[in-house]
Design a protein around this ligand. Structure first.
Ligand SMILES: [Zn+2]
Length: 87
């Protein structure tokens, strides 16, 4: 059962995707990428709620989306801090 998909995203399973509309690099859950591949509309729902129109992969990443970054940091605080300390 996967009834909590909308609220149960795990930040560890995200991919950074730059949006061609706002040029921000958003964090998109890999489950959303898989679901979007079936829809083939070219849009992904980022953690922040933004509908990402993926920029061409050859373009460099845009400025990070601060809301996505905050959500990732909030949902995985201890693991990433520990990894930094341990190297
Ligand atoms: Zn975002």
């Amino acid at each position: 059962m996967r009834g909590a998909d909308q609220t149960g995203w795990h930040a560890a399973d995200t991919i950074t995707v730059t949006c061609s509309a706002d040029s921000r690099a958003h964090e998109v859950p890999d489950t959303e990428l898989a679901a979007a591949a079936r829809r083939s509309d070219g849009h992904y729902q980022a953690l922040c709620g933004h509908r990402v129109a993926a920029a061409p992969m050859v373009e460099p990443d845009g400025q990070p989306c601060l809301l996505c970054a905050a959500i990732v940091e909030r949902t995985t605080p201890r693991r990433s801090a520990r990894q930094r300390i341990l190297g």
